[in-house]
Design a protein around this ligand. Sequence first.
Ligand code: ADP
Ligand code: MG
Length: 442
Amino acid sequence: MSFEKLNLNKPLLNALNDLGYIEPTPIQERAFPVIMSGRDVIGIAQTGTGKTFAYLLPILRNLKYSDQRHPRVLVIVPTRELVLQIVKEIEKLSTYTSTRFLAIYGGTNINTQKQLVYNGVDIIVATPGRLVDLALTGLLRLKDIKQMVIDEVDQMLSLGFRQQLLSFLETMPNKRQTLMFSATMNEEIEAVVAKYFYEPEKIEVNPHGTPLEKIIQVCYHVPNFNTKLNLLEYLLKTDDSMNKVLVFTGTKKLADNVFDQLKQRFPDDVVVIHSNLSQTARINSLKQFHEGTKRVLVATDIVARGLDITDVSHVINFDTPETPEDYIHRIGRTGRANKDGVAITFINEAELEFQVSIETMMNKAIPYESMPEEVVISKMLTDDELPKMVDKIKQKKGKDTHVPGPAFHEKKLKNKKVNLGGPAQKEKLKGKDAKIRTYRRN
Ligand code: ADP
Ligand code: MG
């Protein structure tokens, strides 16, 4: 099926042709006619399968030229980086039209944005916070919004955004088409759908939370922070295929720690991103990683959602994500648009429960790799790790006061050689004899 078969117009076909895209992805093919029909849509498809164009193509097809000031289309997303990315996608598709679009997000001068809104705009792409701020000034009026998209909708309804988004939805005009997309969904969404959608059509290409087959997943059991660091350094040093590596940590503080440590070993290779950095620093880190001038980006979940970074070779979960949804989105930063990718997860004892819920959701075990012999097992705990360990030891009431360091994975030290991501290893992991993790806490 080529794009010609969709009811697109010349400017869109030409733009797609310039991009070199030949055929629509399954979610694009299926969503197009339904969105064109005016119905509300809930779209679920795996990471990196083209959900952005799945909603942008029908929206742009539908958008008639106008010089009215107030926007007619609104796209809401969870992060500033995603706002910028989606605006770029609109720009690519609008080469042959005069569509006016605008990025609205925090951390930048609100007066500049006010002026741009005042000049008139067709499509607004926004994070919820700054959108509400602008709407409150009265300058940005949303009464003419005819189509609204909530991308990464399950995250938009999670704790951090929920209240903001719901009260925002209350202020929106009733007569509009609402579209929501994500690779994962949750139950909370049902309630929102019931309240704010009108007879929505659910388009589900794969069941929610299905990981891409293209991504090779592996995990290591690693006892503590310092050993995780040793393993990370070892992999970065020995595995030549690690040419674009996205390292996820659980907190901003850990991101800074890992960054500081890696910087000493690989001074020219590493950048960091999290929400405590300035907007300029965030943009710079992402740009350098995206363009390939820096090999490693250490990040929090701020970049886990939606971001389309070219050819990420490896995603490394330095900390195991606490929810299976986060896992699916993090690993989905690689293997995009039909490319290959490797996702490696470091799991300590406390994180085993997360592993269980991830594997339950995927209905699949993450293949297990033994710790390479060369990696030094550190017994040194960080300040953050210490109190937890002490608590644990107290609970055991002197039964076994040995701190669970090396013993945790000693039994798996039998096998050694690791060359993750090299072609031979990839084949091996793909094959049926891929080692399936054997250790699971009951
Ligand atoms: P998702 O939102 O599903 O995670 P994106 O919309 O970010 O995925 O798209 C992933 C990548 O695929 C992007 O680089 C995008 O430009 C590319 N892409 C989108 N549609 C097509 C297509 N029809 N053919 C080839 N590549 C595409
Ligand atoms: Mg997306």
